[in-house]
Design a protein around this ligand. Sequence first.
Ligand code: GLN
Length: 236
Amino acid sequence: MGSLPIQATETIRFGTEATYPPFEFLDENNELTGFDIDLAKAICAEIKAECTFSNQPFDSLIPSLRYRRFDAVIAGMDITPDRQEQVDFSMPYFENSASFVAAKNQPFKSAADLKGKAVGVQNGSTFQTYMIDKFEKHGVTIRPYETIQNAFLDMTNGRVDAVFSDTAVANDWLLERGKGEYGHLGETIRDAEYFGVGYGIAVRQKDALKDKIDTALSTLKANGTWQTIHDKYFPE
Ligand code: GLN
């Protein structure tokens, strides 16, 4: 009798959008890194699977997942009712909220003063939907960007007056590039209808991968790995 074939390890192909520090970004050596990437690798280690990553625009991630270009999406993605009509999500793995960022020397002091102003958002994001629903009718121009970093850049060039994004990503930008000249405009916003109940890992509907990911996430939360990854990217 011949020897049994070596069992191929399972491969989980993740899709992401790597201009979203501290969740996913390319480091100085052009290596994909960040909280989400470390978490995905830890999940794969738990499942004893191999992990691969594809990097592509945020608004193409769910369509590509559905077309089986990859098996899961980890991209700071809010678990929203709209998206749940197209994909399933893991349990929430990160608590989110939304923030406006603007120059500190602006005359406007709250989001209510943005009438007649332009606000940058990530294309395909929950922030874009929120702005269209709540602000467009009040004369706010909403500018979608392929990456949120370009929205921030255009704010520094004066092409948009504010940027609306994830609080954790806004804080990272403020710390790295805001140079003390920019800050949060008004309070952070939590609105489950738009921003859901935290970030989730998206998988195709009814894919058994969801249960494996959830079991791995529970273990990583219980054994301190989640916290270690958190503290690496969010040092207090
Ligand atoms: N958290 C936002 C969303 O889910 C934006 C995520 C992102 O741009 N990577 O739509």
